[in-house]
Design a protein around this ligand. Structure first.
Ligand code: TEU
Length: 561
């Protein structure tokens, strides 16, 4: 039986179970204070497409509650729940109009309380997604702020007579929107329905502190902080829209002091464009800011002038990027991810979603999870779900994709060319319903799904994999158990091997007297990696049966000595 999370001993800790609720101790690497989330695995739920309980074609909280056995069976420790707050849903909930309630589309506050209780009873925790760089334009704060130039909440947002810069919104078009009523412009980094909050205003920061404390008092175990690096901006900097402004660390330090300190929780900040140096400053424990950040470097390597422009990527480049973050994070800590609700699915992007779908999905998982950091699994990734690759514009729902299509075609780009780009890069590739079984609508809904179900649902689904020891799902179970049982997975020092090899990704993890070798073939050829001294290594995990002297296409292994 899984112990409730406060009584589970830390891997490698000689102190035994921490019955006094302490969740950290100085056992091994003096630079890193061991935390429960170092050996945890997080599962992201994007509720709109997870499981629908009332047949309206949209996923909801009761649907999630009904699938907790799947998460317990998988062995994950934390659920990251993307936004379920009241929202006009312009950006699928990342435009919040009330931070302290649940949108009826997803359920009620009572449903969320029940989810928290059910997760805790199963030894799991809940991390809420909080979007406080911007609100919805329907949020009472903004409604009041735009009501008049002298509104007491005018300074809660960015208003000006003339745009002080020519920033472009990340969802296309100018980032400054004229408000006819008051004749002033307001800033929106994303859609015009997502006006940016002005964190220099102390009342704004106080309001955010209050809502975060409110959720923690309700039993939530942490936060994923949306585009948190953007809360401090330098309006005079041409590329300033990505944030990292002069007050960022002060704002995060204040949040840590006022909200996070002294509480047993996990915080991960989304920081598009962050460098490893900035990430180290944001996550080093002694700086008291965040526990982890999501960097975007490894998911930008196959992108050219824009996210819509896919360029070739070599394995050495990808390996070097991971090595940079392994070595450069210092006493900070990395998050590890391939997929989320903003990225196309990795098996289609860096793997092979055709002949070698199962082997490539499990090998990409092994390589990611055996790096040093906390892994994040996105719904459906544990099933090896592939990109949607819609062929008709009418199937797309994502504002960012539809805005891009309209803008690119208006600029004269051939529609079929733009559609081809969306097939590779659109966020909707990751937003099709989770494929639970081979029934109509993949068991996601009894109604009509809000977005089409993926074409492979008939064969690629949870029911088909649950009792199949060779499935992607079975491999994820074993991978997560390995992190829970082998301290070197969480804490081993990282060393990249064969950096220039175009097909093999190999590295070691060294912890106390234990050394792990991770060797993976990321090609459709048979390869014999030039690795000496591991003949007698103990096989801890392989993704293909009967391992031999040769690595088969997309085969990977974890050995211990
Ligand atoms: O994403 C921020 C972000 O950087 C993404 O928009 C990214 O640039 C792009 O989608 C990659 O294609 C966060 C949320 O994760 C995203 O879902 C929201 O749309 C966005 O912020 C605004 O809240």
């Amino acid at each position: 039986m899984r112990l409730p999370y406060r009584q589970r001993p830390l891997p490698g800790c000689r102190g035994g179970p921490h019955l006094d609720g302490r969740t950290s101790c100085v056992c091994q690497d003096p630079r890193v204070i061991q935390q429960w989330w170092h050996s945890a695995v997080v599962y992201q739920v994007w509720p709109r497409s997870f499981a629908d309980s009332n047949g309206d074609g949209v996923g909801d909280l009761r649907g999630l509650i009904g699938k907790l056995d799947h998460l317990s069976d998988l062995g994950v420790d934390v659920v990251w729940l993307s936004p379920v707050y009241p929202s006009p849903q312009v950006d699928n909930g990342y435009d919040i109009s009330d931070y302290q309630d649940v949108d009826p589309l997803f359920g009620t506050l009572a449903d969320l309380d029940e989810l928290i209780a059910c997760l805790h009873a199963r030894g799991m925790r809940l991390v809420l997604d909080v979007v406080v760089n911007h609100t919805s334009d329907q949020h009472p704060w903004f409604v009041e702020s735009r009501s008049s130039r002298t509104s007491p909440k005018r300074h809660w947002y960015f208003w000006c007579d003339q745009p002080p810069n020519d920033w472009t919104s990340l969802f296309a078009g100018p980032a400054w929107q004229l408000d006819e009523a008051t004749g002033e412009y307001y800033l929106h980094t994303f859609a015009r329905e997502q006006p940016d909050l002005r964190w220099e205003e102390p009342q704004v920061r106080a309001a955010v502190v209050d809502l975060l404390r409110w959720w923690l008092d309700r039993g939530v175990d942490g936060f994923r902080l949306d585009v948190i690096s953007m809360i401090s901006k330098d309006l005079d900097k041409p590329e300033g829209i990505l944030g990292f402004g002069p007050d960022l660390h002060d704002h995060l330090h204040e949040l840590h002091r006022e909200v996070f300190a002294g509480r047993d929780l996990i915080t991960v900040g989304e920081t598009p464009g962050t460098s490893v140096e900035q990430a180290r400053l944001l996550t080093e424990p002694e700086r008291r800011e965040l526990d982890m950040v999501f960097e975007f470097e490894h998911v930008s390597l196959d992108r050219g002038v824009s996210k819509w422009d896919v360029v070739p990527l070599t394995l050495p480049t990808l390996k070097r990027c991971f090595e940079t973050w392994q070595d450069g994070i210092g006493s900070g800590w990395n998050s590890l991810y391939w997929d989320n609700h903003d990225q196309p699915r990795v098996v289609s992007r860096f793997g092979d979603d055709g002949e070698h779908r199962v082997a490539s999905a499990s090998t990409l998982a092994t390589v990611l999870h055996l790096h040093r950091g906390t892994p994040f699994i996105y719904q459906g990734e544990e099933l090896g779900m592939a990109d949607a690759r819609f062929t008709s514009l009418s199937d797309y729902r994502d504002l960012e994709s539809l805005n891009h299509y309209a803008e690119a075609v208006a600029r004269g780009q051939p529609p079929e060319q733009v559609l081809a780009a969306l097939q590779r890069t659109s966020r909707d590739n990751a937003r099709t319903p989770v494929q639970w079984d081979s029934s109509q609508h993949a068991g996601f809904t009894a109604g009509t799904p809000w977005i089409p179900v993926g074409s492979a649902a008939g064969t690629v689904n949870a029911a088909a994999q649950r009792n199949d020891p060779h499935s992607v799902l079975a491999h994820y179970r074993r991978l997560i158990r390995l992190r829970h049982e082998v301290p070197a997975v969480a804490y081993g020092d990282f060393t990249l091997l064969l950096p220039e090899d175009e097909r093999v990704w190999a590295f070691t993890r060294h912890y106390e007297q234990v050394e792990l070798l991770v060797v993976a073939n990321l090609s459709a050829q048979h390869v014999v990696p030039a690795l000496d001294g591991w003949q007698d290594g103990e096989l801890l995990l392989g993704n293909l049966p009967e391992p031999g002297p040769v690595l088969r296409p997309w085969e990977s292994r974890v050995l211990r000595r």
